[in-house]
Write a new protein. Structure first.
Length: 591
């Protein structure tokens, strides 16, 4: 071998070095323009310079993923690199989905707003006209939401298509309908809109748009009516069958479809129960057989408007003539840990579907779905998750035992009781600001290591580390004078005081005025650092134990899975206990 060749690496070698899969390396090459270019080799087998790869890994913070151990400053952090083949399984799913860098500015979004963005991103580009719509044109590009609530989804449509569409919605609650109109009226794009009030299923005020909408989006309300209703049993909207009493979501699916024009697209959020409930089998059969149902996408838990709910998206398209889809594309994203990894752009969905990774997405022929119960859960049709090898599980289990022993030896730091409880005077954050000991910046200020970060959604404030993740979900950045204040001391006492302040805004965050009223003890810097060191050590131990628990749960899950699929077998009974497996001749008389 040429000496120079020993300094070159294939993509597979990079994956082994970093402890990730080749899919992650391929994703890095697409996401990061500064990723080292191949030094030789064709498109099929490029070779990279080892020195450049290692430098890039360290420069981007990927050095934590290096397979060699002991590269962290503290032993508690080594837990993060325990088992890339197991712990990173879901992360690799995210790496394969995320084909291009996505904006993570949605950290402040509610789950309903995030779901709306995802649903709107599935609408084709042809939904909008080339020019702003003419509201007097009967053929204007209409996007409709028959259960629009406060117009969260319609506002997302406006953000994507601007005034090249007309927005139409109906909402049963008058107060929500008023809020919807206000939200759309204040939209920066000045999109034409129409909001009706009433129950869209029982009193459809959008009847003029039946068969005319270019697109429909809908997250059906939870308080679904009971079906069938006498006056609606023969309703023309039930093209694929009359919904059974427990199938209100299938009523909404057909209601949305009834408003589509030929080649119009509807995206409807349904529960996984609707994908398999026996009473809805005939309607699911009709949707599949006709070629109307194009996609079923399982989203990560908690993507619905209500937290901790499971959601699937059904994408329907009214055929032009009799030409429906020959397949239903099943996509399973339920394994993603972070909802931000779900594509939020139409181009990202196109790339995801084009790659057609069998562990994520699979086009299933209609005839295959029509067998049995017409089960529309994507998990039934995508490839099984990768199997962990027995020797991998044994090695990782042994390392976990070692780490548990190490944590046990260290134990939780103990602190002696003071001779008398300290009675420190307190100072407010506002007073410290006026004295120049700290400065409160806006959320757009790039945080630096040592800054205090006040975060959204009720999350406790933290000390910035200088890593890329510092910039997510920030409400305020507080710059501290390190010669007067210890960051860990301030953040811990601030968290204690802030927890007693009632937060009323929608982002669940302290306002600047509320932050300025929070208090911390007024003590010398040397004493602050003593407290700060104790807080920091406890926090590091807490994070290590949390990580250890998470990795242990993953290993246990993989072990159970390995036992069920035959990768592992239970330990055989030891010889000293083999007598227990047999019944002696004398004992048979007792049976």
């Amino acid at each position: 071998m040429n000496p120079d060749e020993r300094d070159e690496m294939t993509a597979a070698a990079i994956a082994r070095l970093a402890g990730v899969s080749r899919a992650a390396v391929s994703n890095w090459r697409r996401r990061y323009p500064e990723f080292p270019k191949p030094v030789r080799g064709g498109a099929g087998s490029p070779k990279f310079a080892r020195a450049q790869i290692e430098a890039w890994l360290k420069a981007t913070g990927k050095a934590d993923q290096l397979a060699t151990a002991g590269q962290t400053e503290t032993g508690t952090q080594r837990v993060d690199g325990l088992a890339p083949s197991l712990e990173d399984e879901r992360d690799e799913l995210a790496a394969r989905v995320r084909q291009a860098p996505q904006e993570r500015a949605d950290a402040d979004l509610t789950s309903g707003q995030r779901l709306a963005r995802v649903m709107v991103s599935l609408l084709p580009r042809s939904t909008a006209s080339e020019e702003p719509v003419d509201v007097d044109n009967a053929d204007a590009n209409i996007v409709l939401d028959p259960a629009c609530a406060d117009a969260t989804a319609l506002a997302a449509v406006a953000d994507r298509f601007g005034d090249h569409v007309k927005l139409v919605g109906q909402e049963i609650e008058e107060s929500a309908a008023s809020a919807a109109a206000l939200n759309l009226r204040s939209n920066a794009w000045d999109v034409p809109y129409e909001i009706q009030t009433g129950d869209s299923l029982l009193d459809n005020r959008l009847g003029a748009y039946l068969g005319r909408a270019k697109a429909v989006i809908c997250e059906p309300p939870l308080d679904l009516p009971q079906w069938p209703s006498e006056e609606l049993v023969t309703d023309q909207r039930w093209k694929f069958g009359t919904p059974a009493p427990r199938d209100g979501e299938l009523a909404w699916v057909q209601h949305c479809y009834a408003h589509l024009r030929p080649l119009g697209v509807a995206v409807v959020a349904v529960s996984p129960r609707t994908c398999i409930q026996p009473s809805g089998r005939d309607i699911r059969t009709g949707l599949v057989r006709s070629g109307v149902l194009r996609d079923v996408i399982a989203l990560p838990k908690g993507m619905g408007s209500l937290p901790s709910t499971d959601v699937c998206l059904w994408v329907l398209q009214r055929p032009y003539g009799s030409s429906g889809s020959a397949v239903v594309r099943m996509t399973d994203l339920s394994g993603l840990v972070d909802a931000a990894e779900v594509p939020h752009e139409y181009a990202a969905w196109e790339r995801l579907f084009a790659d057609a990774d069998p562990s994520i997405s699979h086009a299933v022929p209609r005839l295959e779905l029509l067998d049995g119960d017409v089960d529309l859960r994507p998990s039934r049709y995508v490839a099984a998750r990768p199997e962990a090898r027995a020797d991998d599980l044994l090695r990782i289990t042994e390392r976990l035992r070692t780490l548990y022993s190490d944590v046990g030896r260290r134990g939780i730091p103990s602190f002696a009781a003071p001779a008398s409880p300290p009675a420190y005077p307190h100072v407010t954050v506002g007073e410290l600001e006026r004295a120049g000991a700290l400065t409160i910046h806006s959320r757009d200020t790039p945080p630096r290591a040592g800054d205090l970060l006040v975060r959204t959604h009720g999350r406790p404030p933290v000390v910035a580390t200088g890593a890329e993740g510092d910039g997510l979900g920030i409400a305020q950045v507080v710059e501290l004078d390190a010669e007067r204040l210890d960051a860990h001391f301030v953040v811990t006492f601030l968290q204690t005081d802030a927890s007693s302040v009632p937060v009323t805004n929608t982002l669940g965050v302290l306002s600047r005025d509320e932050l300025r009223r929070c208090r911390i003890p007024r003590i010398p810097l040397s004493e602050q650092r003593r407290y700060g060191d104790a807080f920091r050590r406890l926090q590091e131990l807490q994070e290590a134990l949390s990580t250890l628990a998470r990795v242990s749960a993953s290993v246990i899950d993989q072990t159970i899975h390995g036992l069920t699929v035959g990768v592992l077998a239970p330990d055989p009974p030891s010889l000293k206990n083999t007598d227990d497996l047999y019944v002696t001749e004398g004992e048979t008389s007792k049976l």
